[in-house]
Design a binder for this molecule. Structure first.
Ligand code: ADP
Length: 175
């Protein structure tokens, strides 16, 4: 089913720049930004605590049913550090942000991460966990890796995604 406005998924290890990028795209391309962590928090869709990552484990089924109607409308940009539990047909394109380890390390330390939480998140990036997860969950032809080391990377990622959104809109104007 073709949507008039696209749905985009932005995923990647925490600290790679997902929410910064998503909020910019939301503003510049008139898409609605959905921060899944916030949705889970505000709806209290929390299942358990992950000791390894020192964070809550969200109730994925509840999050999916909460968002289902919105996603069917199209025009959404969704950001989360996981991606294999969303229905595959929600997304027209998936971007996985990646950041060099030393840069990511500094960002996460600045965010107050330390010990096992810091180590596990860096490992997650080293092993390209989210890229593999995205390629496993979606058609690999719609999954793209984007470097997110510098403000210049951020700018070019915004430009590239906005260009793609405009092309999608003109191709689906009558859909
Ligand atoms: P995420 O949502 O993936 O956890 P954030 O968007 O919160 O990441 O970004 C984490 C921090 O890194 C923020 O301080 C943000 O300003 C910074 N940042 C993100 N992407 C970049 C980038 N490409 N270049 C420089 N700083 C960045």
């Amino acid at each position: 089913m073709k949507r008039r406005l696209p749905n985009i998924l932005i995923t990647g290890t925490p600290g790679t720049g997902k929410s910064t990028l998503s909020s910019e795209i939301g503003e510049q391309c008139s898409l609605e930004w959905i921060n899944v962590g916030e949705v889970a928090k505000s709806g209290n869709f929390v299942e358990d605590y992950d000791e390894n990552f020192d964070c809550h484990i969200i109730d994925e089924d509840q999050v999916v049913s909460e968002l289902e109607d919105k996603m069917l409308e199209g025009g959404k940009i969704v950001d989360y550090h996981g991606c294999d539990f969303f229905p595959e047909n929600w997304f027209d394109i998936v971007f996985v942000l990646t950041t060099d380890n030393t840069i990511l390390y500094d960002r996460l330390v600045r965010r107050g991460y330390n010990g096992k939480k810091l180590e596990n998140n860096i490992q997650c990036e080293i092993f390209q966990t989210l890229y593999d997860e995205a390629k496993g969950a979606y058609n690999p032809s719609i999954v793209f890796k984007l470097k997110s080391n510098t403000p210049e990377d951020m700018e070019s990622n915004i430009e590239e995604i906005c260009r793609w959104v405009e092309a999608y809109k003109s191709n689906n104007a009558n859909g």
